[in-house]
Design a protein around this ligand. Structure first.
Ligand SMILES: [Zn+2]
Length: 397
């Protein structure tokens, strides 16, 4: 037994991240931690604190953060993956790997809706969802975790279909409203069946995104009562202001702001959530790939936009894309805390940013420079090929 235990100890991967200048937790209740060191054991955070208080012996890998900021890896709450690392929407390859270089370590599908010839019959849409769930569970470009297999509900589905999907491992619906179900009552029934069987839901909000999609207004969103008010700022066409504020006020569901939406409407939703003291409902996505393309820096652009124009501290805006999303989407990443996935983004202010510090550079509207990304305790990328260059970058010792 003792022998077995020592053999196990030998195969453990122990990573020490030290010399962190600023530790951002991802947790709205305490966005900044008084800590400079993280110890990782087999891909999970074992401890976080001051180096002098933590046992950092026996590391198999040491990262010297060289004073940069460490935050949880960013979560894109709204993507439309199709197959592997290819998107037919703009016919691009390698888009997910490119988002990794924008600090995104986890993505949530809002439906594999760009699949050429996407089946709309019930058997076909179920099969496609199960296939996507399996394929993306097994395939992680650059290490990025993709939660896919999000069927778009169609007329004619019955409770048994949701039960089947859940039993097959499907955990969320694609955007309600992109299929033939466009009325509040039917959507509400199907969303409730999904929820009963442990499947989360999100709804398209606003005008049609592309030819073939349609308007979903506030009354349909409220009636459907999906778990996430998907792109409350439209994708791109937003609802009138009074409908956006009504959604914030009358629903308790997540308020998702997307990069591919109306930016002014996004700021309105953010401000309304703030007035309601409900920042915990705000989550961020890109809603890409889409008509406006692939946006590797979409999430950091949103963080900088909301912080600089929405008067939200940068460390809070980062919580929207990390801890908030993890909580609402039931993920084990998104927070720097013991037991969580050792999935981090190392950032510093971009070279020549006018902001005096990392946080001030974002509050001034500049993008952060990413110097390293770690996923499940493994270095997934070093200096980003996509962000402006970070002033300082971490080093593998
Ligand atoms: Zn949409």
């Amino acid at each position: 037994m003792a022998q077995e235990e020592s053999a196990k100890a030998k195969t453990q991967v122990r990573v020490v991240v030290r010399n962190v200048g600023l530790m951002l937790s991802g947790d709205l209740n305490q966005p900044i931690l008084d800590a400079d060191t993280i110890v990782v054991l087999d891909g999970k955070i074992a401890s976080v604190g001051k180096q002098k208080d933590i046992d950092t012996e026996g590391a198999t890998l040491v990262i010297d953060a060289r004073g940069v900021t460490v935050a949880p890896g960013l979560i894109d709450s709204h993507v439309h993956p199709v197959a592997g690392d290819w998107t037919p929407r703009q016919n691009q390859l390698g888009w997910i790997d490119s988002y990794l270089h924008g600090g995104v370590t986890s993505m949530i599908s809002a439906g594999e809706v760009h699949t050429p010839g996407r089946p709309k019959d019930v058997v076909g849409l179920k099969a496609m969802a199960i296939f996507a769930q399996r394929a993306f569970q097994a395939f992680r470009p650059g290490g990025v975790r993709i939660h896919a297999g999000a069927p778009v509900i169609e007329q004619g589905m019955v409770e048994e279909d949701f039960k089947d999907l859940a039993a097959a491992g499907v955990r969320m619906l694609g955007e309600v409203g992109l299929g033939s179900v466009k009325d509040g009552a039917t959507a509400r029934q199907m969303v409730a069946w999904a929820r009963k069987h442990g499947i989360q839901s999100t709804i398209h909000t606003g005008g049609p995104s592309i030819p073939g999609s349609s308007l979903i207004d506030k009354d349909i969103v409220l009636a459907a009562d999906a778990d996430v008010i998907g792109h409350i700022n439209g994708g791109h066409t937003a609802l009138p202001d009074d409908q956006i504020t009504a959604l914030c006020e009358k629903s308790t569901r997540a308020i998702e702001i997307v990069h591919n939406g109306n930016e002014r409407a996004g700021l309105l939703a953010l401000r309304t959530a703030g007035e309601l003291k409900q920042w915990h409902r705000v989550i961020l996505g890109t809603d890409s790939p889409a008509g406006s393309g692939v946006q590797p820096l979409g999430i950091v652009r949103l963080i900088a936009m909301l912080s600089s124009l929405g008067d939200v501290p940068a460390e809070v805006a980062i919580c929207f894309a990390t801890g908030n999303t993890a909580k609402i989407r039931n993920q084990n990443c998104g927070l720097i805390a013991a037991g969580r996935d050792a999935t981090f983004v190392f950032m510093d202010k971009a070279q020549h940013s006018a902001g005096a510090t990392f946080l001030k550079s974002i509050a001034a509207g500049d993008l952060p420079g990413i110097g390293m990304v770690m996923i499940d305790g493994v270095v997934a990328a070093q200096r980003s090929r996509n962000t402006p260059p970070a002033t300082r970058v971490p080093e593998i010792v």
